[in-house]
Ligand binder design. Structure first.
Ligand SMILES: O[C@H]1[C@H](O)[C@@H](O)[C@H](O)[C@@H](O)[C@H]1O
Ligand SMILES: [Fe+2]
Ligand SMILES: [Fe+2]
Length: 313
């Protein structure tokens, strides 16, 4: 089995390093002509590098199986602005369950994520792989524990409308209420979304203002947004950790370089945190399966440091 570190360094060395350098020079020139800010130019460049890295085997959506393709066709058709408003109202109306973080991890264990072309292991394994990769790199405890819980929002699946499927829980996220970006995977599938033809919603800014901040736009409802709202007031995690949770599936933004029209200064700071987190989430999927019982005491200790003993989900 290939370990995270190995995959990372292989990707950093990258066989197509020269090609990339040339590419980023060209992108630079075009951006200067377009009048983009230095910050935007750097972000653009990084996104090209990230996309090229995945040529090494992760996130191969064109080659993905029908399960993944059907999942996104359904999600992109159904995540409308109206649905997003309704989902948030439903979230605010009730507490779905009361249990500890570890109980939540165990409950999630039965879910196999239909949107993911890179892993078929249980969620408990994915969470521990992510946390362990962060720990191996000597990152702080708050980041380790963020890795441990980052996908716990998938619990939403058990509390949604029965038989509704996973489209409102898992998968990459995107902005609703403005034009769908072509930096999303399978962008053509948005044509089946009613908002696609709505002239108030299908412009670059849609219902939002330039530079309004990502906190003020609606990102498609799912496990990121749900867990962010659960943890915002029920943990002592720093802001960067909450951003890692909230934006980890927002690939068109943190990898694709889309949606800069909505960003404010602080979003560029949060972007750094999300980008630092992403490799652990993605590339640890090829690591050895973790030994849950051996790791449990260590992570129970971390959980006790950062969370209330009982969380309202
Ligand atoms: O299929 C995966 C999975 O659902 C992840 O939990 C999510 O964070 C990713 O963005 C998505 O691509
Ligand atoms: Fe996730
Ligand atoms: Fe994940």
């Amino acid at each position: 089995m290939v370990q995270t570190q190995e995959v990372l360094s292989r990707q950093q060395q990258g066989k197509n390093g020269q090609e990339l350098e040339h590419l980023s020079d060209l992108i630079d020139e075009v951006n200067v002509i377009k009048g983009k800010s230095a910050q935007e130019i750097q972000f653009d460049q990084e996104s090209q590098f990230d996309a090229a890295k995945d040529k090494d085997g992760f996130r191969q959506y064109e080659a993905a199986c029908d399960r993944v393709k059907n999942f996104y066709a359904e999600q992109h058709a159904k995540q409308t602005l109206a649905y997003n408003l309704e989902a948030r109202a439903r979230f605010n109306a009730t507490v779905r369950a009361r249990m500890s973080v570890w109980e939540a991890i165990e409950k999630l264990n039965t879910l196999i994520d239909e949107s993911d072309p890179d892993t078929e292991v249980s969620q408990i394994e994915h969470l521990l792989q992510t946390a362990e990769a962060i720990r191996r790199d000597g990152k702080p405890e708050w980041m380790q524990v963020t890795g441990l819980i980052h996908d716990l929002g998938k619990l939403l699946y058990f509390y949604g409308v029965e038989g509704e499927g996973q489209w409102s829980t898992v998968g990459d996220t995107f902005i609703v209420g403005a034009a769908f970006s072509d930096k999303n995977i399978y962008p053509e599938t948005f044509k089946a979304n009613p908002d696609y033809n709505d002239p108030k919603l299908n412009t670059e800014l849609g219902i939002y203002e330039h530079g309004c901040g990502l906190d003020n736009v609606m990102i498609s409802w799912g496990h990121d947004e749900y867990l962010y709202h659960v943890m915002k007031h029920q943990s002592s995690l720093p802001k960067e950790a909450l951003s890692m949770i909230r934006y980890h599936s927002f690939y068109p933004w943190h990898r694709g370089g889309a949606y800069t029209q909505f960003m404010n200064e602080d979003d560029y700071e949060q972007l750094k945190a999300v980008k630092a987190f992403n490799p652990y989430d993605l590339y640890s999927k090829s690591d050895e399966p973790p030994k849950v019982e051996d790791l449990k005491p260590y992570y129970q200790g971390l959980i006790a440091k950062f969370f209330n003993p009982v969380i309202e989900w």
